[in-house]
Design a protein. Structure first.
Length: 541
């Protein structure tokens, strides 16, 4: 089927608006152009990104609804809004209507200053698109710094991406092309400046559309691993023992808020879920069909039994807690014989090979060369990532070939964002610029480790584990941000005034309350970017 869709996976940023000064006939000509262009791009497998300008809503809606009636998906069209234009009642009503035929993305930014609110949105669209088509626009003669379409063009060109300019429709792009004689020679679209000039003089909308789409098909933009305009979405869940209560509460509240809108299958929005230690338990539970609320109740009901206060002297000569209790509780909720490959979503679970301290990543069998763990049960995988030294015994997995021993994945990947990205890029062949990550932490605090300096083993003993986790998480986040940028990574977490220990059963209710509140505060941004009702394909199919 792919060879019939030459624009499959290409995302076209349609940047434009209808200038006010045009006659009714000229305005209608632009609307017809938009409708023809978008319909042809949809039919060839491409997708459209647009900044939700009211003057173009009608033709975009017509094209999108026509495409959907023909069996297409609504994610062929993405309408992007700055947060400033998504907070009033009239905005919310319009957004709900638009979600019937398009994906609506709300980009956080200033709610007061209109110009500042548009900057993150323009950067987001430039990063997400493969090519930009610019026409019309306003403000060029009055205030060039406010002219949005030329600004979006420059932002995209600065990233080295191709562009097409249509100055004959007037407005800001006509002014820009007139004032900057070099514009048509630096569009990176594979055409000579002479050919771009010829297109710029065309008067027939159909001729303009045909020339642009023909050239789009010739550009080296298509990637075989991309099948739609939707990004590959990853959910990342940190380790942190009982602090997973916070994470579970965040997910449970989001799921409950989605449920009220008829969209509550939270995990099905993600193509891959990565979790370490307590995050592994969450990830595996979600993949096996447990509701976030079920997992939250697991922490509330079983947490005190798994991390009992009365440990007597066992932690001086044995592990601090009984691994048998953890196994029994996990078997009760995940199933004793349930295999990891029963997960509806791809899983990435960091652990450590105990024999030589080597980093290991356990995965579902989502590609032909990732089948090494297909016979492991969900409980075995959860224990393999949760066997924190001094807290629990090593996890032992007796296979037909050998006995394998594992330690907690938090030793090297307490925040598993980097293993998740590596899995998507290396094994699933997803381009880095087509990945979105939602990562949820297990709370943190501004620890001061300088108080342990110069105090030897006794001084560092109570702080060393926290130092390792803190440094690893910060390093992972820093590197991930440099790879993804904030436009494609959203971090949800909370800093606490004082540290909550990962085995503090007395703080369970407090952590659940904190997670609940953080979820409500972040829901708008998370829903728009990740929980939009468009589900990922089941990898098992």
């Amino acid at each position: 089927m792919k060879h019939h869709l030459p624009l499959l996976g290409i995302r076209v940023h349609l940047s434009g608006s209808i200038p006010d000064e045009l006659s009714d006939k000229e305005q209608e000509n632009i609307r017809k152009f938009v409708q023809k262009l978008t319909s042809m791009i949809f039919s060839e497998g491409g997708t459209i990104i647009h900044g939700s300008h009211p003057s173009l809503t009608a033709p975009l809606k017509i094209s999108a609804e026509k495409f959907i009636r023909a069996g297409g998906k609504k994610d062929a069209l993405t309408l992007v809004r700055a947060q400033k234009f998504a907070i009033k009642d009239e905005h919310l009503e319009e957004i709900e209507h638009q979600r019937e035929y398009a994906v609506v993305q709300i980009i956080p930014g200033s709610k007061e200053n209109e110009q500042e609110s548009l900057i993150p949105m323009r950067e987001w669209m430039a990063e997400r698109s493969d090519v930009i088509i610019c026409f019309g626009g306003k403000w060029w003669n009055e205030n060039k710094s406010r002219a949005g379409v030329p600004e979006e063009l420059d932002t995209t060109l600065a990233l080295g991406k191709p562009a097409f300019v249509i100055p004959q429709f007037g407005g800001a792009m006509a002014g820009y092309a007139k004032d900057d004689k070099s514009l048509l020679s630096r569009l990176h679209n594979g055409l000579s400046s002479e050919r771009n000039f010829e297109i710029a003089k065309m008067t027939s909308s159909m001729d303009i559309v045909n020339n642009i789409v023909t050239q789009l098909k010739l550009l080296p933009l298509v990637r075989d691993s991309i099948s739609s305009g939707r990004n590959f979405r990853i959910l990342v869940l940190d380790g942190g023992g009982l602090r997973g209560t916070f994470t579970a509460a965040v997910l449970a509240r989001w799921d409950d808020m989605l449920k009220k809108e008829g969209n509550n299958e939270l995990v099905k929005h993600f193509d891959l879920v990565a979790g370490t230690s307590t995050g592994a338990i969450l990830a595996i539970g979600l993949g096996l069909g447990l509701k976030p609320l079920d997992i939250l109740n697991f922490y509330k009901q079983e947490g005190p039994a798994i991390f009992p206060k009365n440990r007597k002297l066992r932690h001086w000569i044995n592990s601090k807690y009984d691994s048998k209790t953890l196994r029994e509780r996990l078997e009760a909720v995940l199933g004793k014989e349930t295999l990891i490959d029963n997960s509806c979503c791809r899983l990435v679970i960091p652990t450590v090979r105990a024999a030589h301290g080597e980093a290991e990543v356990i995965t579902t069998s989502h590609t032909e060369d990732r089948t090494g763990f297909q016979n492991m049960t969900a409980v075995e995988v959860a224990l393999a990532s949760s066997a924190a030294p001094t807290y629990f015994d090593e996890a032992i997995v007796d296979t037909e070939i050998t006995v394998e021993k594992y330690l907690d994945g938090g030793i090297w990947a307490n925040n598993p964002i980097l293993p998740a990205l590596a899995e998507a890029v290396r094994y699933l062949k997803i381009p880095l610029d087509r990945i979105d990550v939602l990562s949820v932490g297990t709370m943190g605090n501004e620890s001061d480790f300088t108080k342990s300096l110069g105090k030897g083993k006794l001084g560092w003993a109570p702080e060393s584990a926290d130092l390792f986790f803190s440094a690893q998480e910060h390093g992972a986040l820093t590197m991930a941000e440099s790879l993804l940028s904030p436009a494609r990574h959203l971090r949800v977490n909370q800093q606490t005034p004082s540290e909550i220990k990962l085995d503090d059963g007395g703080a369970i209710d407090d952590m659940a309350e904190r997670g609940n509140n953080v979820a409500k505060d972040s829901f708008s941004a998370v829903r728009s970017r990740f929980l939009d009702g468009i589900y990922a394909s089941d990898w098992r199919n």
